[in-house]
Each structure stands twice: as C-alpha cells, then as structure tokens.
Design a protein around this ligand. Structure first.
Ligand code: BGC
Length: 754
C-alpha cells in the first residue's frame, strides 16, 4: 500500500508527539473505509503458540483469522520467513491490506541474552542499559519483530514475588531512570528506522505490589503511596515516548487494571497525556470473569470503555464487541478510537509504507549473536555483579591457583540465561567452568556438582516447565557431597556456584521460603568445615534470605542469572580482570517476616532508637529492624572514603536547583568504580515523609590512591511529592541530604527551601 510522499513528509516533520494530538489524514481516510468488523479485527492480538505461552490458552485458526481481517498483530513467532508468510496473508488477502504488528517479549536481550533486569539494574549504568536495549532492538528487528513487550517497570518490594527478577527493584527514582533508558534504547530517535521497535511499558499498574508476593494477587494501596512510590516509572516511560503500555493482571481499588477507567483514561491519558495504545496482558480481559466482574461480553465492554485498545489472546473484543455495539453497550466511536490508536502505531513504524521493512532474510546472520553483541553481554554481566563480602580478601583469585569449582550451577548451561528469556538458547551460554578455563588457562581447576539445586522432586517438576532447569542426579546426595569435599581438600581454594534455578523466579514463580535450598546449604556448610578458603558465587532472580551463609567466613559474589556470557563474566571478576561495582537495587531481608522491606520506609511515632529490643517501640521480638543488606549496597576490591559534603547553596527558593558535591577517595589497591548515591529527607511536610529517598546517583571511575570531587544536581522537582490532593508540590522547610556508598550513609548536609 502506498500513500503520498507529502503525507509521509508531514508526518515525519511533525514527529511522534503530533500523532494522536492531530489526526493523521492517512489513518482517518483508512478508518473511513473500514467496516465495524474490520475495526474490531485490529483490536485482536493473537499468538500461534510458537514461543512460551504464559496462559492456559493459545490462539486457534490464526491463518484463517488473519485472512478474515480479524487480527491486528501476532506475537510469539519470529524469523523473516515465517513472518513474511503471515504478513502476506494480511496484505495480500484482506480487503484493506492493513499490515500486522509482530510482537515479542524481549526482556533482557533477544538471542544475545543479557543478565536478568534486576541484575542489569544493579549496574546503575544508564548508558549500558540503553545500549543493551538498542542491541536487543537491532537483533529482534533483524528477525522481523517490531513491537517489544518491555520494559517491565513495576516497582517491587516483595522478593517472594518471582517477577522481581524482571524489573529494576524497589526504587521509583532509579526505576524511572531505567525506564527512560530502555525506551530510548528500543525506540531510538526514529521509529521508522529498520533497527528500532515499539517499547511497551508494563504492567500498568502496581503489578509488583501483589499481596503476599503471590503472583497475580490483589493490590490495594493509598493514592499517595501509588503516586509517590509506584507510578513514577510508568510515567517516566511514557514521558520518554513509549508508544504502547500493557495493563496488569491485578485489580487496583477493586477494579482489574484492564477494565480500570481511572487508570487507563483518567490517569494515563488525561493526567499524563499518553498518546499511544494500550494492550491487555495475556487473557487479562477474560480473567476479569474470575475476578467477579461479569461474563465475557460484560468485561470486554467494560475494558473498551475503560480505555483498553488491544485484547491479547482472549478474543473477548473479537467475539463480543459487535454484539455490545448492537445492544448500545459500547459506541462505534469507542471502537474507532481504539482502532485509530493501533493504526497510528503501525503508521509510526512505517508499516503502511512498507509492511516488509523488517523482513530481510540477510539480516539475522548479520545482526544476531555478533561478536560485538556478545562482548556487550559479557560487559553487562560483570557490571551487574554485587560483592557482598570478601572474607580475608579471598577474591580476586590468582590465575595459577588450584581451584575446586563445585556446585550445581558451576557447570550448567540451563540456568545461565535466567527467567523470561524465551528468545535465547540456553545451550549457547558459557558455563562457569568453561569461563574459568578461558580466563585462567594456567589455573588447575577441578569440578564436582556437590549437590542438586534442590532434592525436592515436586519443586523440580514445577520449575522444569520450559525445559530442564533442575536436574536431580542419579547419585545420592552423600556421593555428590563427598566428591566435592575430596576436591576441596586437595585445592587451594573452593569456589561454590550455588543458588536458584532460573525458573525459581519469574512469572508464576513466587516462593514463601526464599532461602538457598537445603541441599545446597548442606554443601556450603561442609565446604566451609574443610577449612579451605571458600567463595560463594550466588545466582538468583531475587533477594534471598542468606543470613546464615553471610555469617560464615566466606567471600560472596552475587551474580543473578548473568545471561549468555555468564561463565566468562564471572571469571573476569573472580580473577580480578574486572573490579566489581554493582549495587543492590532491592533490599535483602534477614528473613521473610521482614517483608515488605525497602529503604524509603517512613518513621513511626515510636521509632526504635537502637537495634536492641525496646518494649512499646516499633520493633520485633525475634529479629532486628534492619535488613541484612541495604538498598544501594555493594563492595569493591578497593575501598572508597567519602568526605566534604558541600551544597552550592544552603537556602533555595522554589524552582531552584542545588548542586551537592562530595569528595571520594579510592583508598584501596585496585582501580575501581563507585556508585555515589544521594538521598533526601523532607524533615517536615503535610504527609508523612519517607526517612530517605534516592534522589541522585553517579557512577565514577577512580584510580587507586586518587581522589575525585563528585557533583550531583538536585533539581527543583526532586524536592516535590504528591500531597493529599495528589498535587505535585514542594513544601518550604528543611531537608536533609545524605550522600555515600549505600542507603545507610551518614554523611549529611542540610538544605532549606524558602
Ligand atoms: C506476561 C507479560 C507478557 C505476556 C505475553 C504475560 O503472561 O505477564 O509480561 O508480555 O504474557 O507473553
């Protein structure tokens, strides 16, 4: 289908923002030609079931439906060949030849799998995160994809929730910065380019606050908490230009998000000015029946009227909207508006100009899994690791050491990619053993499994849904353990690679016990008893409860699920080619009873002044209030000393920025990077303030012995919050600023807003 060049030029000149504000003549002409059935067809998103199906149904008769103009987009299939066939059906065999979208979940890399998002967030490196998104877009578009269901920006403060792995962690400020970087990475500056794709902010809204950390569970929260703590990353993604947004499965204030008019229209479109299109989550419209909101016709009509544009997989729109229109339950205008937003997005991609623009048989070989992409994956992985402790400076290891490399994750390909990596191939990943040999060819490395990830066969079955992740050995646990101990006893040092299988986190993978599985706990204890120096390389998709292991005389390097270059990146850090610089973006609790736990807590009227128990103070009988590891925590092989916190002004008036500076000295023996963090406390305000909120950060490289002055700008908006009327305001008064190496820092200065 061709349209006039003039139209194209006009659209390009006016930029994305103009679309939706002023109607696009080409789309209006097309809408005028469409029947109501054709419009409803555009609202239908289907999956033929080639990828991972995340619900109990996949779509049927996809080919017939495309030819019948009953499909707006497909997801879960890829590759120029297959997608060309599907696009042919749409543009050659339907009356109006409207091209299809091709969607996919590219959560942390396409075929070159990067670390899980909770890991990449720990890098606090926005350029790196943007680059990864850019690379994912380049690879995915090479395979025909033009619409990504990422980034997931749900703030998560409950590590029982398995999908904490997919997001940036607990903090709205950092989460907003990451949302922006990812949208810019995926969409670039030109969505009509062949190597950029539409980004989807998900899951709107509050999906990360599911009660008790159980996936899909109900969410109920005050509006002030919502606006101050949970909504900012969604808004940041929208402000960055994301062209689509996905609803969440949970209800908010008693109304499931997919049918929640307050969320989808009042907040998203009216308050925030969102101009893109809204897609449901997988069958989330239909799931409103189970939520108790009526039958399929009821919930479909409710969703359309609420502001939902596209229905993923459930076909409630396809099968009931016409009937609802005839019965006067929805209007033609509502259907047209939803259809317009979908067509406008296709227009933004340039699909009307060339429906095959992403379909190029030469591109996959050229753009996917390139050396350059793998180098980026290795770099991203090593920057995501967080050093928890380094007993006796056990790390870094000598490249000539005699090493017993043990543990169920030490020579394992199946768990390196992490959860939600359906487009990656686990068999291409580098296991730790191979990485060690690559980086330290002169080391004497022996390997033993030592234990199963878990001995619990029932649990293994549940996490093996997408392939074997937990492989229960035929040998007994005693035999496995003895083999590891024999190697440990004859080595200089033991490295144990332990933790969670990749599908122990992720969707529908909530846990109430988030400790290291018993089989591995026993292995760790026994290894420490040998008296040899022990390093734990810990893999997980969430914060774990590891107080027992933390108190052992060991080194601990947290590596998440590191992606395709896992083994090489771990070896880079373990052998000191890279000095760890990651910092936690979600608090690690001492036990599950402390959850939810996060750094920006509010004070109570009865704060406990010390860690010792006091009656009638806000504390527990059986555990301290403090977490095991605070937000922002992470060590380096070097050490950094902070001094001289300084403000460019001690008093400001509304609208003014202030520069906060600090001196940081690298006092250790290694060059290294440090994430300098700035926290704010509003001392007095009209609604109870958090004790600290992250308001700035900068990652700086400092050579050993060197001192750097680091400046962070606190903007006028950083002093603002949503008050009881949900107005975004700064209230005059005193503020305290804390700057340092993690959220516990005590280096402080005061600021007054006149
Ligand atoms: C997930 C979404 C995902 C969708 C499509 C759902 O189950 O919640 O994050 O984008 O499936 O795969």
């Amino acid at each position: 289908m061709k349209k006039t060049n003039l139209l194209l030029v006009l659209a390009f000149c006016s930029g994305f923002l103009a679309i939706g504000q002023t109607k696009v003549p080409f789309i209006e002409d097309l809408l005028a030609k469409m029947t109501i059935e054709e419009k409803i067809g555009q609202l239908n998103l289907v999956t033929p079931g080639g990828g991972i199906a995340t619900g109990s149904v996949v779509s049927s008769n996809v080919e017939e439906k495309i030819k019948a103009a009953e499909v707006g987009g497909l997801f879960g299939i890829s590759g120029p060949e297959k997608l060309k066939i599907a696009q042919d059906f749409a543009v050659n065999e339907t009356r109006l030849k409207i091209p299809l979208f091709f969607g996919s979940d590219i959560i942390h890399g396409y075929k070159t799998t990067f670390p899980i998002p909770l890991g990449t967030a720990s890098s606090w490196d926005m350029d790196l995160i943007k680059k990864m998104a850019e690379t994912a877009a380049k690879e995915a578009t090479a395979d025909g994809i033009n619409w990504n269901f990422s980034p997931m920006v749900d703030v998560a403060r409950d590590p029982r929730w398995g999908r904490i792995a997919e997001g940036a962690g607990e903090d709205p400020f950092l989460g907003s910065a990451i949302a922006k970087a990812m949208v810019h990475g995926y969409q670039g500056t030109d969505l009509t380019a062949k190597n950029t794709m539409i980004a989807t902010i998900k899951h709107f809204a509050l999906y990360g606050a599911a009660e008790a950390g159980r996936d899909y569970n109900s969410v109920d929260m005050s509006r002030t908490k919502m606006f101050n703590q949970y909504l900012p990353p969604y808004k940041a993604g929208i402000d960055a230009g994301a062209a689509s947004i996905m609803t969440s499965f949970n209800d908010v204030d008693g109304i499931p998000a997919s049918g929640n008019k307050w969320l989808l229209t009042d907040v998203l479109r009216k308050k925030w000015g969102f101009k893109g299109f809204v897609v449901s989550d997988y069958t989330s419209v239909n799931e409103m029946i189970a939520h108790g909101l009526g039958d399929l016709q009821d919930v479909s009509a409710l969703s359309l009227k609420a502001g939902l544009d596209m229905d993923m997989v459930g076909e409630g729109f396809l099968t009931t909207l016409k009937k609802s229109l005839d019965e006067g339950r929805v209007t033609e205008e509502e259907i047209t508006n939803a259809c317009r937003r979908i067509l406008e997005a296709k227009y933004k991609l340039g699909l009307f100009d060339d429906p095959y623009k992403y379909i190029d048989a030469k591109r996959p070989k050229k753009d996917i899994l390139t050396k350059e992409n793998k180098t980026l994956a290795r770099d991203a992985a090593k920057r995501s690791f967080v050093l928890f402790k380094n007993h006796n400076n056990v790390l870094p290891l000598k490249k000539t050491a005699k090493i017993a490399l043990v543990g169920p994750l030490a020579n394992n390909k199946n768990n390196m990619l992490g959860t939600w990596a359906p487009t990656g191939d686990p068999q291409l990943s580098i296991p730790v053993l191979e990485g060690f040999k690559n980086v330290a060819p002169k080391a004497k490395i022996t390997y033993a499994k030592g234990a199963n990830i878990t001995d619990d066969a029932e649990l293994a079955k549940k996490v093996n849904v997408f392939g074997t992740r937990v492989d229960i050995d035929k040998r007994s646990s005693e035999v496995l353990l003895q083999e590891a101990l024999d190697l440990a006893n004859t080595s200089d040092v033991v490295v144990a690679v332990v933790g969670e299988a990749s599908e122990m986190s992720g969707e529908a993978a909530s846990r109430t016990d988030i400790s290291i599985p018993t089989s591995q706990k026993k292995l760790i204890q026994a290894l420490v008893k040998t008296g040899k120096p022990v390093v734990l390389v810990l893999m997980s998709g969430r914060p774990l409860t590891i107080e027992e292991e933390f108190n052992l005389p060991v080194g601990i390097l947290q590596v998440w699920h590191p992606g395709i270059e896992a083994g090489n990146a771990i070896a880079d850090v373990v052998f000191g080619d890279y000095n760890p610089s990651g910092k936690l973006t979600a608090t690690w609790p001492r036990n599950v009873g402390q959850i939810p736990i996060y750094h920006s807590i509010k004070n109570t009227g009865r704060p406990a002044p010390t860690e010792a128990f006091e009656k009638f103070k806000s504390n527990y009988l059986d555990v301290k209030n403090t977490p095991l590891l605070p937000f922002g925590y992470g060590l380096s092989y070097s050490s950094f000393e902070y001094s001289n916190i300084n403000l460019s002004k001690k008093e400001i008036i509304k609208g003014e920025d202030v520069t906060v500076s600090v001196t940081v000295k690298n006092t250790g023996n290694f060059d290294g990077e440090e994430v300098v963090q700035l926290y704010l406390r509003d001392v007095v305000r009209s609604i109870t303030p958090p004790m600290r909120q992250l308001k700035g950060f900068k990652k700086v490289f400092i050579k050993k012995g060197e001192t750097k002055k680091v400046d962070l700008v606190l903007t006028a908006d950083d002093l603002k919050f949503y008050n009881s009327n949900l107005d975004f305001v700064a209230e005059p008064g005193d503020f305290e600023l804390f700057i340092g190496t993690n959220s516990n820092t005590q280096l402080k200065a005061s600021l007054t807003l006149k």
